[in-house]
Design a protein around this ligand. Structure first.
Ligand code: H79
Length: 586
């Protein structure tokens, strides 16, 4: 049995926490693997297709432990190939791999001496797949990490959320920690060499004391091992938004979005809703521009085979990264806190990478960059240079960079242009009207205020407003118009997938002497990946005029909120979920 070299571990513990995140920030892109007993029923139980994500079947169907346990006798993945899985991550350009050591069903997918409910003792396969994966990761240069469900456990009598076999009132969460979680974490952190991170998930019932205890326990064995944001109570080394969440803007701090390639994590035979490579590459770029890592999931089947559409999509991302990886690995977020209609920006020191989602116009404009430009070149060939010109918009004093894209060659699906600056990037604060005349007012760019003493609403770390439940509260933006005109005003709100949308709020928009008032209605759902899990629900509010170039202030207030009495759910604080206001020229 291999053990960790303790002296190396002690040395690592003296480094600051921020150094510990260095490899993870550099990586930007990782592979998530959900693999467990649930791959056998694969979304079908007793001849019926079970809705929702595959690995939640035991919970959805309230399958008794004694029945679910029997699935193990059928687990014999003849085609499991650790080398091929790790190679797939490598081909995809992923730098770390996180695999389910134990999911909510409580079944250990590794050789656990402390608990017999595991892959070696209970299945005809009778081998430890994690041993081979750890070895392959080390060989192929991928950081190996474990997923571990530390709160939900539907198998242990004291674990959270199995109420159909066990009496809720008799559960002792400390006994669950003592008997299962801590001994298993010790095994995972002792028997597989250095572990990059333990990816904890779904802290629903854990107290802060217990989350802290688990964290301390991990760090004591491997101080350099990261702890994911879902350890609970803000005790992770970085933050996680909700599953499949795409933030509206650049975020503060370290974040990671975990996402599915179809709609499930664990394999489901009927889920063919595969995301296409273009969507995935665009999303990878979008997240990097906001300072967010992308942890993209595969759910191998019961035979150990990765679904072919997953493998194809991952390899397509890898092919793009081979050419454009310089703009992604080790990149920092955009110096602009908002998105652009044409694409996104990532940064590395004094180089900005412009990621174009479509071919830009020959004469392309970027507004608001204060730093002087040294050169502009195509990333794909590194040779093609583009001419540029720096000027200032007379009326507003906004700096304008104009690039002449003569000879621009498109790389599908995203083309990268490297813009090297003469100094550190600095940008004009506040929202600017874009060259297509559009203006987009996003939550994170707003001031939060209230007619009451204190706003109850706050801006969440994930870029969404939280607790918008009081008519006194408002958001206010200052923005700069360069081209006067009339705009169509649309307000976009959202809700979490599987949760009801709360519409019917009366909103008032005020800008100088102009005021619009409407009730939010589901008139249109905006297209795009963000809408798949967080429907971008648009309500038209009418028109606003901006007669002169210059600075304007717009305030959004919900004068009447249509809230349910007990609005709080696992996912939602019950308040209005605001996304953005779109001003589009008519
Ligand atoms: O491992 C994957 C998922 O199984 C796990 N996180 C990713 C990475 C996960 N998905 N959802 N959850 C954890 C939390 C589920 C929350 C619930 Fe519900 C929402 C429980 C109650 C409401 C959905 C609806 C499940 C039961 C009812």
């Amino acid at each position: 049995m291999r053990t960790v070299d303790v002296s190396a571990v002690k040395k690592a513990s003296r480094r600051s926490d921020s150094d510990l995140l260095a490899w993870w920030r550099e990586a930007r892109f990782g592979l998530f693997i959900h693999w467990g007993l649930y791959a056998i029923p694969a979304g079908v139980w007793r001849g019926k297709r079970v809705p929702y994500i595959g690995e939640w079947m035991m919970f959805r169907e309230k399958i008794p432990v004694a029945t679910y346990e029997k699935i193990a006798a059928r687990f014999d993945p003849k085609r499991f190939d650790a080398k091929a899985w790790v190679k797939l991550a490598k081909d995809a350009g992923q730098r770390y791999l996180v695999i389910t050591a134990k999911h909510h069903d409580g079944f250990a997918m590794y050789d656990s001496a402390s608990n017999p409910y595991n892959v070696v003792q209970r299945t005809p396969f009778a081998r430890d797949p994690m041993r081979a994966l750890a070895r392959e990761c080390r060989k192929q240069g991928i950081t190996f990490c474990f997923y571990y469900s530390q709160d939900l456990d539907w198998h242990h009598p004291d674990g959270a959320w199995n109420t159909w076999d066990y009496d809720e009132k008799k559960k002792d969460p400390d006994r669950y920690l003592r008997e299962k979680v801590l001994p298993q974490l010790r095994e995972l952190l002792t028997n597989y060499g250095p572990i990059g991170m333990i990816w904890f998930d779904t802290p629903i019932t854990l107290s802060k004391t217990r989350s802290a205890r688990i964290r301390r326990f991990v760090k004591k064995i491997q101080p350099q091992c990261l702890v994911s944001g879902r350890i609970g109570h803000g005790l992770g080394d970085y933050s996680l938004p909700r599953d499949n969440f795409l933030p509206p803007a650049r975020l503060k701090g370290d974040w990671e979005t975990c996402a599915t390639l179809n709609h499930t994590w664990g394999f489901k035979k009927h889920d063919h809703a595969w995301k296409d490579p273009q969507t995935l590459i665009t999303t990878l770029v979008d997240l990097a521009s906001k300072g967010v890592n992308y942890l993209l999931n595969i759910g191998p089947d019961a035979n150990g085979v990765v679904p072919a559409p997953s493998a194809r999509a991952l390899r397509a991302i890898g092919a793009w990264l081979k050419v454009n990886g310089a703009a992604l690995y080790g990149s920092s977020p955009s110096p602009f806190p908002y998105e652009f209609p044409w694409g996104r920006i990532t940064t590395k020191g004094r180089t900005l990478y412009f990621h174009f989602f479509q071919k830009p116009p020959r004469s392309f404009q970027l507004r608001g960059l204060k730093t002087a430009v040294k050169s502009v070149s195509a990333l794909a060939d590194g040779k093609t240079k583009f001419a540029f010109q720096e000027s200032t918009d007379d009326a507003t004093g906004t700096p304008v960079l104009t690039i002449d894209f003569k000879g621009f060659k498109v790389t599908r699906p995203v083309t990268v242009v490297a813009v090297t600056l003469k100094g550190d990037p600095a940008v004009v604060p506040g929202t600017l009207q874009q060259p297509d005349d559009s203006l987009t007012l996003i939550g994170p760019m707003a001031r939060v205020g209230s007619d009451a003493k204190q706003p109850a609403m706050r801006m969440g770390g994930n870029g969404l407003t939280e607790n918008w439940r009081h008519p006194e509260d408002w958001l206010e933006w200052t923005f700069t118009v360069l081209t006067p005109g009339t705009h169509e005003v649309t307000v976009v709100t959202t809700h979490q997938h599987l949760e009801p949308w709360s519409g019917g709020h009366t909103l008032r928009l005020t800008c100088g002497d102009q005021s619009l008032r409407r009730i939010t209605k589901r008139e249109r759902i905006l297209p795009g990946l963000r809408s798949e899990y967080f429907p971008q629900i648009a309500t038209r509010f009418g028109r606003m005029r901006f007669d002169r170039p210059g600075t304007y202030t717009l305030r959004l207030q919900a004068t009447r909120l249509n809230l349910k009495k007990s609005g709080k759910t696992y996912y939602s604080d019950g308040g209005m979920q605001f996304c953005e206001i779109q001003l589009r020229p008519v």
